[in-house]
Design a protein around this ligand. Structure first.
Ligand code: GDP
Length: 481
């Protein structure tokens, strides 16, 4: 029986618009009546994190019935939290990652052979519980993953040097973590240095909405030193405490799915990919699709370079056997059929090309009315950049008062200064419109905005901004000539 997008939407319980949007973002225009072929169904499974029942071989005819949308509650078991460290340059991200790893490797399995694979696991000594750290410090990787729909972080560690305080990239990290709705733990680093003032950092961060428990908030603050290995145990305990509250679980019994962290071509071994298993269990000889690539797994290694035969949820591993090199952020999914895997990989490769050819118009002021009508928009994300703090505050204040038919304006960043590449990255990830008030982007930034499909609007009069946004929400925007 032919399957339309509308049927599929019903089966998986996701809005039609999300499915249409997925194809659109990959350069294919389909409406809700479009009939899906089996590789498109496979792609959607990959995108939305479903998998297929293990028992039967997939065929064109049975792929729909084989889709497994929901996990059986009794199959869910606890999994390790996945943590990303973010903060300003030189505040100690790398040192913290290294210290945490080294203090663990000493009594670890391989006796110190470690490789950088994009993530690693640490076993907390007191509790014997594991924590997975994403080993690509910085928020670029974090937002890049997120803008591609791969949420690979449960908890963000915001690291702030006690002798330096909040700096621009600290602010950006806060914006990103808040946007992603991920709990934050603050690690105030370098408290061993003369002139360090950790209490001041605590007060400073209140201005950014990160309020410590003792001030009535719920943000854990840990004072320590990545270099002297002070506070690491407390940090781990706090991570595990939050993980308990989050009640992180996954179904380890099904086919593995997850995300590619890094990949490269090795002259001797061929394509090598570091991946994070997010659900299911990966086994030797499994056939998987990873973005536009596929293959049967020939070898699995852990972060210590040891060969292993399987990997469950939250495990970062290196795999060998793909037919070519996938991209960081590509999702992967094991399926028990090589032909199917190949056809899905090929379809994904074609789409990637199509998407590269097409200028992405993912989210513009013109399109807002459509998004509202389709019921997928309850608030419009806006980034405000202005020439003075006064203008920033005035704009922010006016924007937050806008309410058109229940649609609100949500200011996700408001700061003084020119429109920068990092504003574009945040806008792309958060589907935001950027407003420049008496400031402009450079040509370089403008190009990135075009590439990422980000709408930049420039104004010099506040009420014009308000008028424009209200008009957009009402679908009465004057056409741009
Ligand atoms: P990143 O840019 O955030 O990754 O920062 P790094 O980890 O590279 O650290 C920047 C510098 O700060 C390096 O010279 C580190 O040795 C130093 N550093 C990191 N943590 C500490 C600490 O707790 N105390 C002191 N005194 N120095 C530190």
């Amino acid at each position: 029986e032919p399957l339309s997008i509308a049927d599929f939407s019903k089966k998986i319980g996701k809005p039609i618009t999300e499915i249409v949007k997925y194809f659109f973002a990959h350069g294919v225009m389909l409406n809700q009546n479009a009939i899906l072929n089996e590789s498109q169904i496979g792609e959607l499974a990959l995108e939305f994190g479903f998998d297929f029942k293990k028992e039967e071989v997939l065929t064109k005819e049975n792929i729909f019935e084989q889709l497994q949308v929901e996990d059986n509650p009794e199959d869910l078991t606890p999994r390790a939290p996945i943590v990303t460290i973010m903060g300003h340059v030189d505040h100690g991200k790398t040192t913290l990652l290294d210290s945490m790893r080294n203090s663990n490797v000493v009594d670890g399995e391989a006796g110190g052979i470690t490789q950088a694979i994009g993530a690693y696991q640490v076993k907390n000594k007191a509790t014997n519980k594991s924590i997975t750290f994403i080993d690509t410090p910085g928020h670029e990787a974090f937002t890049e993953m997120r803008s591609r729909g791969a949420n690979a972080t449960d908890i963000v560690i915001l690291i702030v040097a006690a002798d330096d305080g909040v700096k621009p990239q600290t602010e950006e990290a806060i914006d990103h973590a808040k946007q992603a709705n991920v709990p934050i733990i603050v690690f105030v680093n370098k408290t061993d240095k003369p002139g360090a003032d950790p209490e001041k950092v605590k007060v400073e961060l209140m201005n950014y909405g990160l309020v410590a428990e003792e001030f009535g908030g719920d943000i854990p603050f840990i004072f320590g030193s990545a270099k002297q290995k002070i506070g690491l145990e407390e940090l781990q305990e706090t991570i595990l405490l939050i993980a308990d509250v989050l009640d992180l679980k996954a179904n380890a019994k099904k086919f593995a799915s997850g995300v590619v962290l890094e990949a490269h071509l090795d002259k001797a071994k061929g394509p090598v990919a570091s991946i994070l298993v997010q659900a299911g269990t990966l086994n030797m000889r499994d056939v998987l699709v990873a973005g536009p690539t596929f293959g049967a797994i020939k070898d699995i290694e852990n972060a210590n370079g040891l060969k292993i035969t399987s990997a469950g949820p939250s495990k970062p591993v290196v795999i060998f056997g793909l037919n070519s090199v996938p991209n960081a952020g590509d999702k992967f999914l094991v399926m028990n059929d090589e032909k199917m895997a190949r056809s899905i990989a090929e379809a994904q490769a074609e789409k990637q090309l199509a998407a590269e050819r097409m200028t992405k118009q993912s989210f513009t002021l013109d399109s807002i009315k459509n998004h509202i009508d389709e019921g997928e928009l309850k608030s419009i994300n806006v980034i405000v950049k202005a020439d003075t703090q006064g203008s920033v505050e005035a704009l922010k204040g006016s924007l937050m008062k806008i309410d058109v038919d229940g649609v609100k304006i949500n200011v996700i960043r408001a700061s003084v200064g020119a429109i920068s590449n990092s504003d574009i990255t945040l806008a792309a990830a958060g589907q935001a419109i950027i407003y420049g008030f008496n400031v402009r982007p450079t040509a370089n930034v403008r190009n990135k905005a075009d590439e990422d499909g980000v709408d930049i609007r420039l104004h010099t009069i506040i009420y014009k901004v308000i008028e424009e946004l209200e008009a957009a929400a009402k679908g009465m925007l004057d056409p741009i000539i």
